[in-house]
Design a protein around this ligand. Structure first.
Ligand code: AOF
Ligand code: ZN
Length: 338
């Protein structure tokens, strides 16, 4: 299938509209849609604005004026994701497009959600609508990397996060045992961590982190939803421990990591997971190749001889670097395999 320059321009517009949902639609994908009349005029536009709200196609159809509705049978819809086929919080978009009777629907990327997975496009084709798929697919995929990865691989999108000294260590010898973990983060970078927490469905820590830091794993520094805590206790260290965190947590024993992640997706509906440490838990995700994004906060401090935990290292080079005060946040991305 070859697409024209104007096809590309309309799909770019739909991708721009989709970005309007950033920060409001997760764990749903960002989606944008544009409706174009035969003379090239855009007669409707819409995007998925908030989780639980109408889908992009519905908003685009609603935006068309009464005077332009008669153009539907000759019009083309450009949409960044395959229209849905399921009765979710809203009725299926594919049925709406069929009712409108569009001549052509151009789709950037299929929807890997098992509830859709090709059925949306099949509904349109069965209705006699011409469907062209794959225009700016890579851009559409990258726009919703966590959503796409989770549904395609049937495991949560995994984000690793840790803070370390400039000489590569995560924790120091404690002079005061009640002091908790060594802190490299500043007030500002802690807020960034909380924002990142609010964007994921679940957050994982190891048993030693629970014992040493008694973390709350909440989002108290920002507005948002606290993620489901998941505690990996591979050596049964927490058998006799009680804490408010453990009351809320899903406990994982000595199980295969791949199997654990599939079950978090299938049984608990978890599509994104932030792994906060400690070093050995982070290393087990890296060694298994089960990670997608990593944010490493590097403080200018050197621990020298005082260190107790060596930070993990990643096989890739950073794709981004940002200074927040004196601390540097390195961003790594595992290569997309599709
Ligand atoms: C579309 N257009 O704009 C979006 C779609 O819970 P619901 O009913 O909102 O359905 C969410 C699922 O629908 C989501 O996981 C994804 O598969 C699809 N999202 N589909 O046709 C849209 N946001
Ligand atoms: Zn839909």
């Amino acid at each position: 299938m070859t697409f024209s320059d104007s096809d590309i321009a309309y799909m770019k517009r739909a991708l721009d509209l989709a970005r309007g949902g950033a920060g409001h639609v997760s764990p749903n994908p960002m989606v944008g849609a544009v409706i174009v009349a035969p003379d090239g005029r855009i007669i409707g536009e819409g995007w998925h604005r908030r989780f639980g709200g109408p889908h992009a196609e519905v908003n685009a159809v609603r935006s068309v004026t009464d005077a332009d509705r008669h153009l539907f049978p000759e019009a083309t819809m450009y949409v960044t994701l395959e229209p849905c086929s399921h009765y979710g919080k809203t009725p299926p978009c594919a049925l709406l497009l069929k009712e409108c009777g569009f001549a052509r629907v151009v789709v950037a990327c299929g929807d890997p959600n098992p509830k859709v997975a090709g059925r949306g496009i099949a509904i349109l084709r069965d209705a006699g609508i011409r469907v062209d798929e794959g225009l700016l697919r890579d851009e559409a995929y990258a726009l919703n990397r966590p959503f796409m990865t989770a549904h395609r691989l049937r495991r949560p999108y995994v984000v690793l996060k840790w803070a370390q000294s400039s000489d590569g260590f995560m924790d120091a010898v404690r002079t005061d045992e009640s002091a908790g973990a060594y802190r490299f983060s500043t007030a500002l970078t802690s807020q960034i961590v909380h924002r990142r927490r609010a964007m994921v469905d679940a957050i994982a820590v190891g048993a030693r982190t629970v014992l040493a830091d008694n973390p709350r794993l909440d989002v108290r520094l920002v507005e948002g939803r606290a993620p489901q805590p998941i505690v990996f206790d591979r050596h049964g260290l927490l058998r006799d421990v009680t804490s408010p965190l453990l009351d809320r947590a899903i406990l994982i024993g000595d199980e295969n990591l791949d199997t654990v992640l599939h079950s978090l997706y299938s049984d608990h509906g978890i599509t994104s997971l932030l792994v906060e440490g400690g070093a050995s838990l982070l290393r087990s995700f890296i060694d298994a190749g089960l990670w997608d994004d990593a944010f490493v906060e590097v403080s200018p401090e050197r621990l020298g001889e005082k260190w107790v935990a060596k930070a993990p290292s990643l096989p890739d080079v950073p794709v981004g670097c940002e200074y927040i005060g004196d601390n540097m946040i390195l961003h790594y991305e595992a290569p997309i395999t599709h």
